[in-house]
Ligand binder design. Structure first.
Ligand SMILES: Cc1cc2nc3c(=O)[nH]c(=O)nc-3n(C[C@H](O)[C@H](O)[C@H](O)COP(=O)(O)OP(=O)(O)OC[C@H]3O[C@@H](n4cnc5c(N)ncnc54)[C@H](O)[C@@H]3O)c2cc1C
Length: 372
């Protein structure tokens, strides 16, 4: 088994797999260590597929905008797999005056940040998507947002990276990190010790206990989110939908099913737990209030995914001054899929000691400096 490389990546989700791909393109030797038996088993295979710039914190908006402009449009071609990327826009819907006020506030913030997003009337909403209820009186509209297939995208990165020589190892439960002569060099797993010049930590919430072994603590916690999928429907629309009150979000997939995420985080912290049925029912009632055309659709499956919610709700993409060799790629806070190609790009640049080509100055670990 290969145990040495230029770079070791811990975690085989979309962040680990995309970073591995961009590093392999730069000619680096890479080992990816994944705890489970498959890749994309964490949030990356369970998410709602939104590729959204609207509603982003200004510190991560540059990643979202860069990805939508430069990476997502050619990703299927580049990776040789259809990642089912649709750039048909994002409608965030409102039914009441209070909703419209909330949407106006979000729109004003996004416009200030240079994003093409605007308020539209209920009639304009139904011109874009005729299946929406007459109760919708307005929406924010970001025409360059979209969605993609999370598992396809994750596995596409994995497959392409493997073709470029990346060594992917499953069943490797990373237990701790070890410094050697003042530099981080070793990764200790349940199977043995691996060694590299740079170690990228992209293990979702589990990054926290792993980094604590070298005195680094990213303040984040695990939170469960619900998702459901319907049986296949005739082609209806390919916009991404959300609501002012964030009751649900979702889209129709290439094969016809609708995937919807429930709005509120729940107290579940493990994927072994079940979504409470009342929660799924409430999400369905909310959806039908906006898309009555789905009244005969059947929910065929629902599942829980765990997010790594950072204290200030944006990722940590960063070297760590006191632990040379460590690069953090965690705390994606429930919106890491859409920015994953851009995150993989900057993490690969950090690992090669290059200046990041996208502004990540607000996402450093040093923002938590001075904590006890
Ligand atoms: C229900 C849900 C809906 C979402 N919807 C969206 C959306 O619409 N748009 C969006 O942009 N984002 C969305 N997200 C967030 C998105 O899925 C994540 O931000 C993204 O997938 C993070 O990728 P990751 O690779 O960091 O984490 P993960 O995919 O969780 O991967 C981490 C990997 O590390 C592995 N690992 C953990 N511990 C260890 C260890 N000790 N040793 C080795 N390996 C380990 C895990 O097994 C896992 O494979 C959603 C998330 C959920 C759960």
């Amino acid at each position: 088994m290969k145990t040495n490389a230029d770079v070791i990546i811990i975690g085989g989700g979309i962040i680990g797999c995309s970073t591995a791909y961009y590093l392999a393109k730069k000619g680096k030797s890479v080992i990816v260590l994944e705890k489970s038996k498959v890749f994309g088993y964490g949030g990356s295979g369970r998410n709602g597929g939104g590729v959204r710039q609207s509603g982003r914190d200004k510190r991560e908006l540059p990643l979202a905008m860069y990805g939508v402009k430069n990476l997502w449009p050619n990703l299927s071609e580049e990776l040789g797999t259809n990642v089912e990327y649709y750039q048909h826009g994002n409608l965030r819907l409102g039914k009441t005056d209070k909703h419209i006020e909330i949407l106006k506030g979000l729109t004003a913030t996004a416009v200030d940040q240079g994003l093409d997003v605007r308020m539209i009337s209920g009639e304009e909403v139904r011109e874009i998507c005729p299946h929406l209820s007459d109760e919708v009186i307005g929406a924010s509209w970001c025409p360059t947002d979209g969605h993609a297939n999370p598992l396809q995208a994750t596995l596409a990165y994995h497959n392409r990276a493997r073709q470029l020589g990346v060594c992917f190892l499953t069943g490797q439960n990373v237990l701790s990190l070890k410094m050697v002569a003042g530099e981080l060099r070793q990764v200790v797993t349940s199977d043995g010790v691996f060694e590299a010049d740079r170690i990228i930590l992209a293990a979702g919430f589990d990054s926290r206990p792993i980094s604590q072994s070298v005195g680094v603590d990213v303040p984040m916690k695990p939170i469960g989110l619900d998702t459901l999928i319907t049986d296949a429907q005739p082609p209806m629309f390919y916009q991404m939908l959300g609501t002012a009150m964030a009751d649900f979000y979702g889209h129709q997939t290439t094969h016809g099913s609708f995937v919807f995420g429930g709005g509120s985080p729940n107290s579940i912290t493990s994927t072994a737990e079940q979504t409470p049925i009342e929660g799924t029912s409430a999400t369905c009632r909310g959806i039908l209030g906006y898309i009555p055309a789905l009244k005969h659709a059947k929910v065929v499956r629902s599942w829980v995914g765990i997010i790594d919610m950072c204290e200030d709700k944006v990722p940590v993409l960063s070297k760590v001054k006191d632990v040379p060799g460590l690069i953090l790629g965690c705390g994606l806070s429930g919106h890491g899929f859409g920015i994953a190609p851009a995150v993989g790009t900057v993490l690969s640049e950090l690992a090669c000691d290059e200046t990041p080509s996208i502004d990540i100055s607000g996402l450093g670990y040093e923002r938590f400096a001075g904590r006890t």
